[in-house]
Design a protein around this ligand. Structure first.
Ligand code: MCN
Length: 800
């Protein structure tokens, strides 16, 4: 009888607001008398700072203050290392404003605060920095080799961390192997590039001594804690609000970016609100990036294609600093074997400093690299052994009756051993092969080749550890005056549809429509415990917390209604805003009436409340009697969910591509995918998430590479030169859902926010290699830029 929207593609609550242009992003928030910030950023990738002259800048019209590291008091210290790891022998984090040395182009050196952004920008140009250039290293291999220039004087070999993980007995596997081969794979550097750049607005109330920060962040609670600690303020005196946010993709989960510390500092020092909105050029050099890794792989297999063991040694480029720890490299190393058994593993990496922008997770966080390495390895193994590419995958896939599948000693980003909880990898593969028409494709390819067309089919399987802990919480309340439901949770939203999915979960328990549920995220004033939005964790961690809290509220409603209706608790049900006695549904009360009775306070003008008094004879007297023992006012509950370990989503993508030998354009003719994120709350939102990921994956596969020159200057720091795919480059996708519930959480969910992005570079490389097979070209690099394809074709003598 109860209405249920879990699993339904209900329309998104937030879209009416967002699509009508009523979204409110940080820069939309006006604060009376606000000042504006511009930063002076390093133009050198590595230099000693002999001096910073701010006198002329200070004298410019509208300038209120100019700060260097000498002017920021106790903030002139290394920013925190967010995720320490024992293998990280040389962690280096940056200071809010550089002192004595800069380590990458774009590093903040001074902050100008003025009446307007224009005046701040103009004055920033008058700050004179005296640089003494130091040797620069950008190339990852060179940075990791003996004799390289050092990014930090006191870090030998530029090695921030060296981590070795061994599972099973790889030496024995290699000794037993009938076939061994080696390969090298490279994934280049890219970045998330959310439509809204970063930005924040701080207001200090010197009377109440309260600091409010509106911040385009993925981690409002963590920022709140950090600010309270840095400024020695009680946590309740710091409120951080992440309003509508135009994408984050990982870049905004990192904290602190220097501005997130300096803007509040200036607001407190100057007694006026202060705003900073990053411009796109700054985003290219100052906001964190990801992806560059070089992998050297060695495979031990039987002649039937069973992989016995894998050794992978890789270099991970961490940029000039490593404030986020080794999450990206660790996730890459533990995701490497993907959905395949591979019982014996040796995975080893070094995180290396270079004079480039800092690295922290970007959608996929190391998984696209892992998938690229493993899936290219699978194709190569098939080729070496003369076995069909798909057959070799099938032989190695973990079967559906092998779960939970633990990789001994492989420690994931949650600090726990990798344990794949559920899935049906073979079914996903078979579904995709059928949908893409694998069996018919060879004949189609032959026909195309006869017509002079170069088409190829590529496929990639992936797994994704999602829903990381430690916990999230939720508060669910039925408001006593309106009877409407309010849900608040600690994590933030960047466009994932949380206002809808959390509303669906609560609505199902409380028998209301999801559109009657208001969801608040990212406001520490509304909910103050939690972690952040990253690692595709909101559905699993906050979703289950909302479910638990809503269930508690449901029980309270039923308990109260059983008194009001004089019926047994077991006979009461809830649907469509009414609480009724099963079998005689005219015996009912409304949710609003129960909410009114739950709050023994009368609102004379509220007719519903008046009507409700008949159910609450004990409260008739003015002032009212004491609450019965054990009863608290209101219909609300606060609950937390802490996952036992990551839950592993999975999927298979396949595509047919065509290479235009004149323009060297690679286009997708057909794209099919199966994904499995366990039970889905809202399939339409899930599809949107997967499609968004695929679009970003296409960028990583074919277009997006941040090109640093040897001096550490980013040569393509604009959208004129750094290519992101338009709708015209993103394929139409045939999407199949597969739901293998996770046994780890009550709602059976796994995450999906990053999934779409993970396999695209791998399958594109596979498809192009297949298309160009007669030329003997192997794609071992992502992205496959036209220039790179040109080089490969020229080397193969295939250009006229
Ligand atoms: N969902 C669902 N059923 C599931 C799993 C998820 O209905 N079984 C829904 C969720 O409820 C949520 C969405 O799908 O509305 C994504 O859920 P989840 O996988 O839990 O991911 P998060 O909400 O934690 O979002 C983080 C994830 C990450 S890590 C990146 S990066 C990313 C992504 O989400 N950044 C995004 N998707 C993004 N989408 C937008 N628009 N903008 C970003 O910055």
């Amino acid at each position: 009888m109860a209405t249920r929207t879990f699993g339904e593609s209900v329309l998104r609550n937030e879209d009416d607001r967002l699509l009508r242009g009523n979204g409110r992003y940080v820069d939309d928030i006006e604060a009376y008398g606000a000042l504006h910030v511009a930063f002076v950023r390093s133009t050198f990738a590595h230099a000693r700072i002999a001096g910073v002259d701010v006198e002329e800048a200070k004298a410019q019209p509208g300038v209120v203050a100019v700060y260097t590291c000498d002017d920021i008091g106790h903030l002139d210290q290394d920013l925190p290392l967010l995720i320490p790891h024992p293998a990280m022998t040389h962690p280096r984090t940056q200071r809010p404003l550089a002192r004595e040395e800069v380590h990458h182009v774009g590093q903040a050196i001074a902050m100008v605060v003025a009446e307007s952004r224009y005046e701040a920008e103009d004055a920033a140009e008058r700050v004179v920095v005296d640089y003494e250039p130091l040797p620069v290293v950008v190339d990852l291999e060179r940075a990791g080799a003996a004799g390289s220039p050092l990014v930090h004087d006191d870090v030998p070999g530029n090695v921030a961390c060296h981590l070795v993980q061994v599972s099973g007995d790889p030496d024995d596997a290699f000794a037993r192997a009938e076939h061994v081969f080696r390969a090298r794979f490279v994934v280049e550097r890219s970045a998330g590039h959310p439509m809204e750049t970063r930005g924040c607005l701080a207001r200090w109330d010197s009377h109440s001594r309260e600091l409010t920060l509106w911040d385009s962040t993925q981690a409002s609670i963590s920022i709140r804690g950090g600010l309270a600690s840095l400024f020695s303020l009680p946590e309740n005196k710091v409120r951080v609000i992440a309003p509508d946010t135009g994408g984050g993709f990982g870049t905004k989960v990192f904290f602190f970016h220097p501005d997130e510390v300096l803007v509040p500092f200036a607001a407190m020092a100057l007694g006026r609100p202060v705003k900073y909105i990053e411009d796109r050029s700054e985003h290219f050099v100052a906001s964190n990036q990801e992806r560059k890794q070089i992998h050297d792989v060695e495979v031990a297999a039987t002649k039937d294609g069973e992989i016995l063991g894998l050794r992978d040694t890789f270099l991970h480029d961490t940029g000039a600093f490593i404030p986020y720890g080794i999450a990206v490299a660790q996730v890459a190393s533990t995701s490497l074997p993907g959905p395949y058994r591979i019982p014996n593993l040796h995975v080893e990496f070094k995180a290396i400093y270079t004079n480039t922008t800092t690295v922290s997770p970007y959608r996929g966080c190391g998984r696209p690299h892992a998938c690229f390495v493993m899936e290219r390895t699978m194709d190569l193994l098939a080729q070496e052994l003369g076995i069909d590419r798909m057959e070799i995958r099938r032989r190695n896939l973990i079967a559906s009756d092998e779960f939970p599948y633990t990789r001994e000693n492989m420690v994931f980003a949650d600090g726990l051993p990798v344990t794949l909880d559920s899935g049906d990898y073979v079914r996903a593969l078979d579904t995709v092969l059928e949908a893409i028409g694998y069996d018919e494709f060879r004949a189609e390819q032959e026909r195309a080749r006869a017509e002079g067309r170069w088409i190829g089919l590529g496929l990639a399987c992936y797994v994704e550890g999602t829903g990381l802990g430690p916990y999230e919480g939720a508060h669910v309340q039925v408001q006593s005056v309106t009877g409407k439901v309010l849900v608040s949770t600690g994590l933030t939203s960047q466009g994932q549809g949380h206002e809808t999915v959390f509303a669906q979960i609560a609505a199902d328990q409380l028998g209301v429509d999801p559109s009657d549920v208001q969801v608040i995220t990212g406001d520490t004033g509304a909910f103050e415990w939690g972690v952040a939005t990253f690692a595709s964790r909101a559905a699993v961690v906050s979703g289950n917390a909302v479910g638990k809290a809503a269930l508690e509220v449901r029980e309270k409603i039923i308990d109260m209604a059983s008194n009001m209706l004089e019926a047994a608790v077991e006979d009461i049900d809830i649907a469509e805003g009414r609480i009724f006695v099963r079998g005689s549904e005219d015996r009912h009360v409304t949710l609003k009436q129960v909410a009114t009775v739950a709050n023994p306070l009368r609102y004379a003008f509220d007719q519903d409340a008046q009507a409700a008094t008949q159910f609450a004879p004990a409260f008739e007297d003015v002032g009212g009697p004491p609450l019965p023992d054990g009863r608290v006012p209101g219909l609300e509950a606060r609950s937390y969910y802490s996952p036992p370990h990551a839950t592993w989503a999975s999927g298979v993508h396949a595509a047919i591509v065509e290479v235009d030998m004149d323009s060297l354009e690679v286009s997708f003719l057909k794209y099919v995918l199966v994904h499995d994120c366990g039970k889905m709350i809202n399939p339409a939102i899930v599809e949107g998430q997967v499609m968004g990921g695929v679009a970003q994956g296409v960028g990583g596969a074919l277009y997006e590479k941040l090109e640093y020159d040897a001096e550490g200057q980013l040569r393509n720091a604009s959208f004129m030169d750094f290519l992101i795919p338009y709708a015209t480059e993103v394929p139409r996708v045939e999407l199949h859902h597969l739901e293998t519930p996770s046994p780890l959480n009550p709602l059976g969910m796994k995450g999906v926010g990053e999934a779409g992005a993970i396999p695209v570079p791998a399958l594109t490389a596979s498809a192009v290699t297949d298309a160009l097979r007669p030329l003997g070209i192997e794609i071992d690099h992502a992205p496959l830029l036209p220039g790179e394809l040109h080089r490969l074709l020229a080397a193969a003598g295939a250009l006229g």
